[in-house]
Write a new protein. Structure first.
Length: 100
């Protein structure tokens, strides 16, 4: 069965755990990238939700990984500690993936 895993700060991860999602608490963007490397090797992980505060620390590296892999799907979510609107350039991500 496919799983959705949350990677982020303790408040966000624990909130998702109360809803039944497994998660990993990390303290930095580098730790998050290390966990992503481990998760993409697991066949049952279909989606990884990553908090934006960690992605901001390593955005270029995160975007490179996001474009290279097809599974798991990497989705950026806002942290529950500080909700702020940050636009995501989905068209730019799609263009980069297609090489346009």
């Amino acid at each position: 069965m496919a799983r959705v895993v949350v990677v982020g700060d303790k408040h966000t991860v624990y909130t998702f755990k109360m809803l039944g999602f497994p998660g990993v608490v990390v303290g930095s963007g580098k730790d998050m990238m290390r966990v992503l490397e481990e998760l993409k090797e697991q066949e049952d992980v279909a989606v990884v939700l990553v908090t934006s505060n960690l992605v901001d620390e390593v955005r270029p590296e995160f975007n490179r990984v996001r474009l290279k892999i097809t599974k798991p799907i990497l989705m950026e979510i806002p942290t529950l500690r500080e909700v702020k609107y940050q636009p995501v350039d989905y068209l730019g991500i799609l263009r980069a993936a297609l090489g346009i």
